[in-house]
Design a protein around this ligand. Sequence first.
Ligand code: CTP
Length: 423
Amino acid sequence: MLKGKKIVLGITGGIAAYKAAELTRQLVKEGVDVKVIMTRHATEFITPMTLQTLSGSPVFTDMFTPIKDFEIAHISLSDFSDIIVIVPATANIIGKIASGIADDILTTTIMATKSPVLICPAMNVNMFENAIVRENINKLADHGFYILEPGSGELACGTIGKGRLPELAVIMEKIKYILTEKDLLSEHVLVTAGPTREPFDPVRFITNYSSGKMGYAIATAAYRRGARVTLISGPTHLQIPHGVNFISISSAREMRDAVMANLSEATVVIKAAAVADYRPSICETQKIKKKNEDLEIKLEKNPDIIEEIGQKKEERILVGFAMESEHLVENAIAKMVKKNMDFIVANDVTKQGAGFQGDTNIISILDRDGEMNELPLMDKTQVASIILDKVKLIRENRRKNPTSLTGTFPFAWKTVGDGDKVK
Ligand code: CTP
């Protein structure tokens, strides 16, 4: 999502300055045009040559040294940027900005900009807790500057406390959050993700290959777009997305209970989880011991969570997934109708690049108006954004035409073949 963005990275004189080099590398890797400004003190900690090499652009350290294509550097840089990020931000730079001081290229660029500014403080714990620094930070926050809370831990000066530069992943996520248009502010999106585990003794269970990546990508994208997000997830190896209300569950029945407990608040429900349809009828309290004969495990049906939501859908937008190995369109339509979804995201697991474990998916979106949109292979983050665009469109259409809230289908579905209109 950062591809093509323009970021001015301001580096000030703290030991965490070296971490700005890795941040530059990560931003460039994501397709960002990074222009680096270093204060004089920053150059004591890391050389401009390092940042020039990593950013692929000249580094700005002085207001009066002309650089080709940047006639009046601070004005050009403040106009150039989609966002200015200060990593690390010392007590000194925070104090200067809060006091309106503009005496070097970084502070003049910040004073002249209309772009958002993200400040990532890093300093000694006593400095961070100093009442004047606190006052300055609060003042900047009141003026609309974005401030990231420093992390806690061992600091470069040997003390333990708050003052570490936030993790680079946290800074990257915050940049993405700030640069994303907030077009889902009025929605509360409940997302389910990952597999469920259905135990039959204390150490064994039935599950599936779901990685949770699709659901987590949707939760992340919805949060960035301003929605409140509840993510109910089965066991995965993924990092919990920033800013979401995260609920961890294991079995389908636990997922069902968590969904129902949170349903009243949700305006949108997206069921990306791969819920086990069956569970072992009995879960032994002791580990099953090996015997000479074969073992049979009887399975019984799990609740169909999305079907239950469909019955009490009200004005909620309900989105389901269908993972099929044959008759993709027919099966997906049947599921959408039966479970009263607004639209269904269908994918054919037999296709290379679609399905559970990977970072990509190949989907078709089928809706209750008879539209089918077949999309090419794409990243799961792109798929997430297309799903949320569709949610937004349905909400806009409903606002224009509230009678479409009845939850009934206005037409009879036909078995469909190719084409993008299946009515
Ligand atoms: N789903 C659910 N509860 C279940 C099973 C599925 O909420 N017990 C949801 C999934 O999260 C998905 C949709 O229903 O959004 C379709 O899931 P899928 O497993 O493809 O459909 P099933 O109805 O279980 O049909 P089948 O397994 O026969 O394909």
